[in-house]
Design a protein around this ligand. Sequence first.
Ligand SMILES: *Cc1c(COP(=O)(O)O)cnc(C)c1O
Length: 432
Amino acid sequence: MNYYSLNKSAPIVSFREATIQGQAPDKGLYFPERIPSVDYTLIKDIENYSKEELAFRVMQPYIGNAIDETNLYRIISETIDFPFPLVPVTENIYSLELFHGPTLAFKDVGARFMSRCLGYFSKEQKDTITVLVATSGDTGGAVANGFLGVDGVEVIILYPSGKVSPVQELQLTTCGQNITALEINGSFDDCQAMVKDAFMDAELNKKMQLTSANSINVARWLPQQLYYFFAYQQWQHKEKPPVISVPSGNFGNICAGLLAQVSGLPITHFIAACNVNDAVPEYLRSGNYQSKKPIATISNAMDVGSPSNFVRVMEMFQQSYQAILEKISGYTVTDSITKQTIADIYQQYGYIADPHGAVAFYALQEYLQQYPGSKGIFLETAHPVKFPDTVESVIGKTIAIPASAKHLLEKKKESILMTASFQDLKEWLLNK
Ligand SMILES: *Cc1c(COP(=O)(O)O)cnc(C)c1O
């Protein structure tokens, strides 16, 4: 499989090059030359496949001969080495829990796959690859954990001091080895701007092989389609495929679901559930796309004014507004509705949702009221313990930290304090 740049002025590359580069030289996002169709029998007999076999069959065409089959099977098996349960919450609504990975958020899937691919590719390279990433919380932990101990890859994470939750901060700052956390005296936007400047800086790029680990990288984006297949594997109403509601920020996750659907996975409809950062729902309402200035909310992993993967969604629909309207509905959910929804889900059904999952639940509930008889799934993208300030005050009790994350509490935070200045970052990188 080859990948082209959506800006259409860069050479076509293999999966290997697309992963190492992250973004094309013309600043476009990479997109697969064709979207493969899955075998009809794979869908018909989906319950008879193991998670690993299914995942391998779905992913293999995207990788082609960039990774041999034995290594690809190993990489995929390690990536999805935890459960993806579909849990009933109401009569018609199911939660696809994507928080059972090591850092308690769905980003583990993309980060684990990408890190293993880069580790595999770096064996054929003599220079160390430096991954530079800015995080508002979940990305950093998933990337740190995914890349820990990977030979030939060094990871530098920038996070805004005092603006991530305690569990998130421990996930970022306690890894050691090839992972360094830079604690920036500024906002997430400042961190992101510093990373962008680094990618643009000629001197830095001459001295080191820099790459990014955010969702524009195909190796993070593509494996996210796998859990849509796992959801369908567990779906008990095969005669009526699910409506799927995805809490969306940069639109990588929903775009991976669309990929699964285009390749043949039965899904009735998609819901793009956003907080007030709603450039895409606004586009679906009006037909005009305009990026916005990001606004801070309690579902902060979705505080994105200009969703980077939206260009991929448009490409999937050949830029047709009509075509996209048939497949996706958009919803805007305010913080006060989100809190009310967390309270309602807890009181009525005894289920604890995190703020992102709650946004998706609310949007799905609204949609199902319009289409009675349908059933749906919302993606529960992070464990509620990652957002204790909001969730605990709404439900009025403390959330137990899952056993898999308890070890974090015994570790000591290690970070390097830095001002929000690109010059300081550059100097630090050059003198490291
Ligand atoms: C990153 C993230 C999202 C948004 O996912 P996108 O792929 O950027 O749309 C939603 N929920 C949580 C918990 C996240 O960490």
